[in-house]
Each structure stands twice: as structure tokens, then as C-alpha cells.
Write a protein that binds this ligand. Structure first.
Ligand code: ADP
Length: 270
């Protein structure tokens, strides 16, 4: 028999009245709720850049006879448009991952190739801050899954490491094989994450410092995407961090030498 979870909420609605709400939260309801919350969050998150664009457009119009101001505001509009575009892409990616496994076919993937491509793509942002990548560990390992999705996951960790690290630091990408699991660890010397935030990082739209995340072009969806991709590959992602010293994010995936591939699972999770 399944377990039924009932959540009870009590609110004082008048001097002598209590409102008691008992809610059945079984799986189906929960999935529905996750979808609804996601839709609410999405519309809320979209309103910010759209509002900023509208305001900037008005400002440009008002400043029409000041070419310098027009150029400046047009530049900010481009920035907002770029952010909006990333946000829309990530929302699409995450909704795809939330409904069902995005992996079409589980084939052996070379871990080296995934890391090489992720590092290549993250290099432009890293170079701008004189941050160096150091890749180490055994080569020739394989995992079952989808190359492009794995690149998206590792790339998200690298982009975060760059975004939340000071200039002229190092980012390590370490590969290890532990008990049949391939570990890909991204180690930075950045700002770190407080223990109370570490638990919530993988939630959609969760940001430790929304203002800072906005400045770095963050959407708050990156780690949620990483979590879904890792789960789709039969693995997980964890964080270790010391505020002020740095963070290590580790993706663990079953090594692909086993006789059977992991089953792709649906990952509708909070
Ligand atoms: P964002 O798009 O804001 O980076 P993510 O889901 O990728 O969203 O990350 C969520 C939050 O976790 C970030 O806003 C940031 O506060 C924190 N974070 C993620 N990676 C790191 C890191 N390497 N160092 C410090 N903080 C990080």
C-alpha cells in the first residue's frame, strides 16, 4: 500500500476563528503542483527582463537627440535581450528534462571528450578573467548516456565556477573512478556557499544572491538542469563548499563497462 501524505495548515482568520486546511499530497498531486509552481516561477522570472526592456525602450525614445545616451541604453537593451534569450533556452531545456528522460538511446560516451568540449566552451569566459583550467585524472573512461546532455551539465558547473570566482584563480576538473562510478569534480577557489544555501542550490530559480547572479547573467536554473541530467544518467550531483575558500561540485555516473546500461528514468522531482 502507498503512503498518503496529508499536509495540514492552520491560519487565524479572525479573533475567534481558525482556518484549517488539510491537503492530500500524493504523487499525482505533487507532480501537478510542481508543474504549476514552475509555470508561476517562469512567468515571474520572465517579467523582469521584459519589463526592463520596455523601460529601456521608452528611455531610448526619450533620449533620441542624445546619441551617446542612445548608444548606452541600446547596449543595455542588448544585454537584457541576451539574458532573456538564455532564460528562455534554459526554461525549454529544463521543461524537456522534467517531463521525461531526454536521453533517446544509452550509448557509451567518452568522458574525456565531454570534458574537452565543456572546457573549450567555457574558455572564453575564463580567459576574460584570466582563470586557468587544470584537467587531471585517468583518461579513457566511459559512461552510458548522451554526449550533448553531459556537456551541458559539465559546462554549467564550469560556467558557475568561472562566474563565482575572482580573477586569476584556478579551476580544477578532476576525474576519478570510485567503486564503479565515474566522478567528475569541478573545483574552484571562488566565493563559496554557506551551508544553509548548499541544501537549496539545486532548486529551480534558487540563487544565493539574486543581484549578483543577475550581474553574471545567471538564471538560477543551471544547477537544476545539472541535477536532472545526472539523474537521467543514473547518477547524481553533490556540492562541498567552504565560504570564502571555494566550492567543489561532483557529478557521479555509473561507469559504462557494466554488462547492462542503467535504465533511463523519468525525473519529475521537486
Ligand atoms: P545561476 O544561473 O544563478 O548561476 P545556478 O542554478 O547555476 O544558477 O546556481 C544557483 C546558485 O548557486 C547561484 O546563483 C549561486 O548563488 C550559487 N552557485 C552555483 N555555483 C557556485 C559556485 N561554483 N560558487 C559559488 N556559488 C555558486
Amino acid at each position: 500500500a502507498g503512503t498518503v501524505t496529508v499536509q495540514v495548515r492552520v491560519a487565524q482568520v479572525g479573533p475567534r476563528h481558525l482556518l484549517v486546511l488539510a491537503e492530500d499530497r500524493t504523487q499525482a498531486r505533487r507532480v501537478e503542483e510542481i508543474r504549476r509552481d514552475f509555470a508561476v516561477n517562469v512567468s515571474h522570472e520572465l517579467k523582469t527582463p521584459v519589463g526592463a526592456l520596455a523601460l529601456l525602450a521608452e528611455t531610448v525614445e526619450a533620449a533620441a537627440d542624445d546619441p551617446e545616451a542612445v548608444r548606452r541604453f541600446a547596449g543595455r537593451m542588448q544585454g537584457e535581450a541576451a539574458r532573456l534569450s538564455t532564460l528562455v533556452q534554459e526554461i525549454i531545456e529544463l521543461s524537456r528534462l522534467q517531463v521525461a528522460s531526454a536521453i533517446q538511446e544509452l550509448v557509451p560516451i567518452e568522458v574525456d571528450g565531454v570534458i574537452e568540449e565543456s572546457v573549450d566552451r567555457a574558455r572564453v569566459a575564463a580567459n576574460a578573467k584570466h582563470i586557468v583550467f587544470e584537467v587531471g585524472g585517468p583518461t579513457g573512461l566511459h559512461v552510458f548516456g548522451d554526449h550533448a546532455l553531459l556537456v551541458t551539465a559539465v559546462r554549467n558547473l564550469l560556467d558557475n565556477a568561472v562566474a563565482y570566482s575572482p580573477a586569476q584563480t584556478r579551476i580544477g576538473v578532476g576525474v576519478r573512478l570510485v567503486d564503479g562510478l565515474v566522478e567528475i569534480a569541478v573545483v574552484d577557489q571562488g566565493i563559496g556557499i554557506a551551508p544553509e544555501d548548499q541544501e537549496r542550490l539545486f532548486e529551480r530559480f534558487y540563487r544565493v544572491d539574486p543581484a549578483r547572479s543577475r550581474d553574471t547573467g545567471g538564471t538560477g536554473l543551471g544547477l537544476s538542469i545539472v541535477k536532472h541530467i545526472a539523474a537521467d544518467h543514473g547518477g547524481d550531483v553533490t556540492v562541498w563548499s567552504q565560504p570564502g575558500q571555494g566550492s567543489t561540485f561532483t557529478i557521479r555516473l555509473p561507469e559504462a563497462d557494466a554488462a547492462h546500461a542503467p535504465r533511463a528514468t523519468s525525473t519529475i522531482t521537486p
